[in-house]
Design a protein around this ligand. Sequence first.
Ligand code: PPS
Length: 575
Amino acid sequence: MADHLIQPHGGPLVNLIADRDRQEELRSASRDWPSWTLTHRQLCDLELLLNGAFSPLTGFMTHAAYERVCREMRLPDGTLWPLPITLDVTPDVADQLAIGDQLALRDPEGVMLAVLHVEDRWQLDREEKAKRVYGTLDRRHPAVAHLFERPNVVALGGRVEGLQPPAHYDFVELRHTPGQLRRHFTRLGWRRVVAFQTRNPMHRAHVEITLRAAKEIEANLLIHPVVGMTKPGDVDHYTRVRCYQAVLKRYPQHTTMLSLLPLAMRMAGPREALLHAIVRKNYGCNAFIVGRDHAGPGVDRSGTPFYGPYDAQELVRKHEQELGITMVPFRRMVYVEDRGAYLTEDEVPEGARVLSISGSELRDRLALGHELPEWFTYPEVAEELRRTYPPRHRQGFTVFFTGLSGAGKSTIANVLMVKLLEMGGRPVTLLDGDIVRKNLSSELGFSKEHRDLNIRRIGFVASEITKNGGIAICAPIAPYDRVRKEVRRAIEAGGGFILVHVATPLEVCETRDRKGLYAKARAGLIKEFTGISDPYEVPDDADLTIDTADMTPEESAQRVLLHLEREGYVGPPAP
Ligand code: PPS
């Protein structure tokens, strides 16, 4: 490592937390100010502004700063800065503010964390931002999707004064401000520190990479995982931190430490890698590991990666001197079977058999309860992952029946419930259309708005049950495709979702007319009756379609059970 780069423990840090007297002053003045409740992402940004991790930034960017950062990756004074840090709010809040006004920035519980002195406000051009910062309009890029999802279209820029950092109650002993971490390094005698950024659990390959990096430049190692916001679908940070704590024991004593970084990732590839390097320098590190496809958002609509695999390394290398932090580049590591060792891709001998497990393969193995091989990860890490991702036959799931009134949904749902209760092992809750209408949605009618609200409520309860390992059986008509899909997405985030279309034809339902409702609907006595005077949108995503015209309820319930067995949701009884 070049000597000029060994500047122990970073450059100057800004401190935006106001002193006690000023805090009092701000608190009492805030009674007359409008407030903004920060989003999760904005809370993360504010935390890093307040604690100095985003030094030299002293607030949210003005339009001029934003423009120059987008165009040239530089702040107005010429300092390298790769990504815009803006505060965007809804127009109703922006309309209450003029230049020179103050805005109270609050957490979701209403606690005032900071004050924004409004120096600038402008209309955010989302397309422009997406193209310039992320290089794409493709919504598969998580940051682009996020940008277009929000109603916040007015950006406010200006200096920030802090009252208190956002509160954290988890892993408190592993959270440090840049100042605390620098002092800690000094106490430990750590002059050279190389940081490792991650948003995934660490396995053997990661330990190999970090050990090699640390040895190569004779540095201490800081494992610095992001626990603010990462890519949607990532392993939750509670599980990851338990994995990191387990992995920490695999490093030589006194060489390595773990600290959590409350950053909100943008998945902006090369530009994000530069930001990561700046942040690590502020935390007192003088070297930073950049791997293959650093902060990569995955592939676009056509299956092409958004950024080249080594673009991030190139960009950080180009600015290394100016940043004052050394980049330690790494290629992907694979396990070479006959050597019983990890090597980087370019070191693998011709014809050698290499092993690796991709992220999606790992998820599949966990879902099916398959072993995670020892060459891939440590037993302690495998155990943590298995606890969070039990095999499907121990996960929660929802069976969601949809179909016309009288199609047979409730009858099949009842038979299925009894069968699942007989099997035991997981609690079963039946959310039948009529039961829900009596208990959860008694004030609702049958307009599209009310039906959608009814299904959202059912979906919410079912997703809580599923997430917590139970079985929910839902049996509403649920005539609208969009809200059914919304419910599917919510439930699949925490377990299984099986949509069963009970496709009994209208004529059969009407002939049965158990409740006499069809006759009333035909006579115009019941309005908005599904199938008669109201639509039913046939699902195009049903996992199973059942026509009860020629099937008994027992046979229909069996079809569902067999499907659940095939998908792995029900298995043999526990020994
Ligand atoms: S929805 O559309 O999913 O919110 O409907 P749901 O909650 O399942 O309620 C349907 C039950 O209410 C009775 N009912 C009606 N159904 C459809 N349209 C109208 N206008 C209507 N009015 C009352 C009917 O008995 C439904 O029960 P099932 O079990 O489906 O026959």
